[in-house]
Design a protein around this ligand. Structure first.
Ligand code: SF4
Length: 419
């Protein structure tokens, strides 16, 4: 029988939970043993145990995010040094591998799964079970015997309702993904380029089904995954507040008044132009969170336009003020070091951040990374100037700024160096 081992890391874990759910809900793959192996030693042990149990083939799945790619490559090398067996196949998937299949294969993976993994992982396991040629599976890329890239297109995009949002039979849970894909095409972001430039929503009935399931399993907190919370149910830039309310009211009906409903906060956010009195009143009525996350990114209108964000800096400021008026603490995302940023743009961003924190907002800081698959993949990595760093550290020392912005500056440089 085929065995699956997930190289299980914090950054990719929810993606692996959805793949687990996809395997659980297909009659031909439901019985496949799955091991969640965290770290090199655990992966090696899981693979050796599967082989010792008599597994005909072992599929080791790696979910690759760009910032982790160097680390994962080193881990793959260590696993390969310790387990040399033709029955084992290492497959990389996820946003980074899909954007850079050739580099991923040359880094040591046997196969790359391009695109969304739910259907693809079922096809791979079935193909392994049948003794077929994995390179013939749609969405699979490999290196031919001539060393050239061979790819079989891209995995078909799924309908969210057709798959569970996690792997319940293996007790692997996570936020319920309510929307995949994004109509906005922010030039620094991998989401629309990986998951498509259209929204695909999970239906209210399906969300309620999974919420009811979680209530039955004793969960008290309910979170949702979406690129833009107030776009739920909409196909375009204008929110459909009726659809958002149907979702939130339905979830609240399932969970009752004492369990907590998190929406418009981690792991989803609000676009600032969607924030107005009506949307905030709707959130106040149904959600439990007292903070909301606003996508801001820059205080410079020039940089916002160049990044194709689709809103200006005044909209960010207005959204934060309105959120505070309606009893929320806004946490505003910023991206430092965007391409083309000049001293006046940096000053505009720092000035906006100062005004926001003076009102009671908090700033979540990131540093720009030239991510594979995006229009800015070849741009210079984000770099912070000395005065900018000093002012950011000052805000951080007062608890007004948080985030991985300093580490991301190093990661961004590593990504650019590895191109
Ligand atoms: S940053 Fe947000 S709004 Fe922009 S493309 Fe990415 S997911 Fe969509």
């Amino acid at each position: 029988m085929v065995n699956v081992v997930w190289a299980y890391r914090r950054t990719g874990k929810f993606a692996l939970h959805t793949l687990t759910g996809a395997l659980e809900t297909d009659a031909r793959t439901a019985a496949v043993p799955i091991t969640f192996a965290n770290g090199v030693d655990a992966v090696v042990t899981a693979v050796q145990q599967a082989l010792a149990r008599g597994a005909a083939r072992v599929l080791v799945g790696w979910s690759c995010y760009s910032p982790d790619f160097g680390l994962m490559t080193a881990e793959l090398r260590q696993v390969r040094e310790q387990v040399v067996d033709a029955r084992v196949v290492h497959v990389a998937g996820g946003v980074h591998a899909s954007a850079e299949p050739e580099a991923t294969l040359r880094a040591g993976w046997d196969l790359v799964a391009i695109g969304e993994g739910e259907r693809l992982v079922r096809d791979l396991v079935r193909c392994l079970d049948d003794g077929g040629d994995l390179r013939s599976v749609p969405g699979i890329a490999s290196l031919g015997s001539d060393g050239h890239l061979r790819r079989r297109g891209r995995a078909e995009r799924i309908v969210l309702d057709d798959f569970p949002p996690f792997g319940p039979a293996h007790d692997r849970f996570g936020p319920i993904e309510i929307t995949r894909g994004c109509i906005y095409a922010c030039r620094f972001c991998q989401t629309p380029y990986f998951a498509g430039a259209a929204f695909r929503h999970r239906s209210v009935a399906n969300v309620r089904h999974w919420v009811r399931y979680l209530v039955g399993r004793g969960f008290r907190d309910f979170r949702f995954l979406t690129p833009t919370s107030l776009s739920y149910g909409s196909n375009g830039p204008a929110p459909d507040l009726g659809a958002v309310e149907a979702l939130l009211a339905g979830v609240r009906e399932e969970i009752g008044p004492s369990r907590r409903l998190w929406f418009g906060t981690f792991p989803s956010e609000l676009r600032p132009e969607h924030v107005d009195a009506a949307s905030l009143q709707l959130l106040r009525r149904w959600v439990s969170n007292k903070t909301v996350i606003l996508g801001g990114q820059s205080g410079s209108d020039r940089v916002l336009a160049a990044s194709a964000r689709g809103h200006d800096s005044a909209t960010i400021e207005r959204a934060a003020a309105l959120a505070i008026e309606h009893g929320f603490v806004p946490h505003v995302d910023f991206l430092f070091g965007l391409p083309g940023e000049e001293a006046t743009d940096v000053e505009a961003t720092l000035g906006l951040m100062d005004r926001l924190v003076a009102r009671g907002a908090k700033v979540h800081g990131h540093t720009f990374m030239p991510l594979p698959g995006t229009p800015l993949r070849k741009a210079a990595p984000g770099v912070l100037g000395p005065e900018q760093r000093r002012r950011l550290r000052h805000l951080a020392s007062k608890g007004q700024l948080y985030g991985q912005w300093e580490q991301q500056e190093r990661v961004a440089k590593g990504l650019a160096d590895g191109r």
